[in-house]
Design a protein around this ligand. Structure first.
Ligand SMILES: [Zn+2]
Length: 219
């Protein structure tokens, strides 16, 4: 997942927050669990993921992962494969044996993981969070936490789309992927375009269309 997040500024910012006292990467654990016995059960049956602070683990719902797998296989295979993957061990073996599907699933759950990792970051920066859960300290403002998590996830998704060749050249928001001069010119003569702050990497940005597309794939 780190490779996915590293492609965007929002993702790099998020990863950069998880460091131990010596500055080494210190990300929460990630696991896949049945948070309910059946998909659609009350409680966590419809949830995609949750962050558990007591074990410092992002938990992806078994059923959500199965849904992502089934979305990528022919319709005729879904019922049989879905029944087989209702078993936790079968799901783990399937993901181990199908690296391409594993990557496809990662590509479908990355925004969800971004959201939950934002919650993990909220717990780390607020040392009283655990005491709030225990009722020993006033609780935080849940809406504000969710706003930050959804806003960050949407920003990451936007930047992810901007990394797709063809989309990146048509959007001003994708400044890391655009040629440096084009991003500052207006198509209307005499009209000034507001400059966006550009990262240091833009000084070596390519200028030909072919090299722009190469850069877009790598950003
Ligand atoms: Zn949330």
């Amino acid at each position: 997942m780190q490779a996915f997040f590293s492609r965007t500024e929002a993702g790099r910012e998020l990863l950069g927050r998880f460091k131990d006292a010596k500055g080494r990467p210190d990300l929460p654990k990630l696991t896949v669990l049945k948070m309910s016995q059946r998909p659609g059960d009350a409680g966590y049956g419809g949830a995609a993921a949750v962050y558990d602070e007591s074990s410092r683990t992002v938990i992806l719902s078994h059923w959500h992962v199965v849904r992502q797998i089934l979305a990528g296989v022919p319709a005729a295979e879904r019922e049989k494969l879905g029944a087989r993957l209702s078993d936790s061990r079968a799901l783990a073996e399937y993901l181990r044996a199908h690296p391409a599907q594993r990557t496809a699933v990662a590509n479908r759950v990355d925004v969800t993981l971004f959201h939950e990792l934002t919650h993990a970051w909220q717990y780390r920066r607020q040392s009283l969070a655990v005491e709030s859960i225990r009722g020993n300290a006033p609780s935080g403002i849940i809406l504000a936490r969710e706003h930050e998590a959804f806003f960050g996830g949407n920003r990451y998704f936007h930047e992810k789309l901007m990394c797709i060749p063809g989309l990146s050249r048509s959007s001003r928001a994708c400044w890391p992927c655009r040629p440096p001069r084009a991003s500052m010119r207006s198509s209307t003569p005499g009209r000034r375009v507001r400059r966006r702050p550009r990262p240091s990497m833009s000084s070596s940005a390519p200028s030909s269309p072919a090299s722009v597309n190469r850069a877009a794939r790598n950003c």
